[in-house]
Design a protein around this ligand. Sequence first.
Ligand SMILES: [Zn+2]
Length: 430
Amino acid sequence: MEEEWNLYGRLIRDYDENHTHDGINGERLAKPFHAISKIGLTEDGGSRRIGFSKEEKQVKDLVKSWMEEAGLSISEDGAGNVFGRLEGKDPSKPAIMSGGHVDSVPNGGHFDSPLGVLSALEVVEAWKEIGYQPNHSYEIAIFSDEEGARFNSGLTGSRAMAGEVDMEVQKSFTDQDDNSFAKVMEDIGLSEESFAEAARDLSGIKTYVEIHIEQGAKLEEQNLPVGIVSGIAGPAWLEVDFIGSAGHAGNTPMTERQDALVASGDFVRTIHHLPGQVSDSAVATVGKLHVYPNGANVIPGKVSMIVDIRDIYADTRNELTRRIIQEAERIADGFGVNVNHKQNLEVTPVPIDEERKQLLSEALEKHDIKPVELPSGAGHDALIVGHHLPVAMLFVNSKNGISHNPEEWSSLNDIVQGVHVLKTYIESID
Ligand SMILES: [Zn+2]
């Protein structure tokens, strides 16, 4: 794979040079995508750079060398987050920040999300070329362990920076090779203590903007290169247990059963129709379900499941949660079984404010791209930062909506148009 691997060649193949203008250069941008893709390259052409691995660190070091070449001053916090800073004309003004992450899922693609980091860097390269010095300082962030593949968590670096980490929980994590959080930190030259001290005074940052692949196909359906994220959904996990009575599948008459799975089946089907009743962007999913005792000839006595409930607005998401609980109780009643529920995860969603959406919309129009808004169902570092600062997000067209997969693809034409919009937006708020 290593010999014939040429992401640069694939990116550049159908690149339209007309997108190279105003200092932004597609050919220059394709090169670092290629260089990063070789680190953690998998047999089937994907990328494997687990959070806090040596591969993630290797990419950070590589990007740091590029940041230095671009004249940025580099700093790194105790969670391994990397910041490259370009001093503005007025250093007393809070900085504008943009970035992403360079870790991946175990067999991911090459765009989620070197795209965020490299786009932010290309803006600096463009400014150098056109002789633009921003009024505000500008910082490029590489957040650690966004995907959370190491400890089944996620958004780790941005949570550390924002002071949103419960250290007791963090310290209790072990990875799949049974390494403790402390050991994992040590292996890359960090520690539990340094991690706990990564929280940063966010008053030095004015706003954060992130560009990411869509991970859906709405832009592709409308043949658009770039779109405006209307909000970032925060997940709520509702654990629901239906409790009936286990019994012999042969000897218990149908009329005398308390079958927890029959009730659960009705519940799962009902949930499917509820999100549309509260909001256009709400979704609910049962992806994890355990049947007890799980025997072929035993009536299910208990079913335990997680309902993943999301929306970009807290009030509609909470309303959806309320309706789901109400339905669980109604259905349990109807089937003569009991139901228990417990919310065990709740992340506050971040709707993007009107002013920022308007500025992004103007930036898109300036580049002759029809502005459309779409919600992000997936979490991003911008979700965490958005709990503390105004944030904005752009999506770039992803082919067939595929992500977290070696097949993940965004064309260089779409990526470069995204960088143009990003640059225009940053200049408009500078
Ligand atoms: Zn990502």
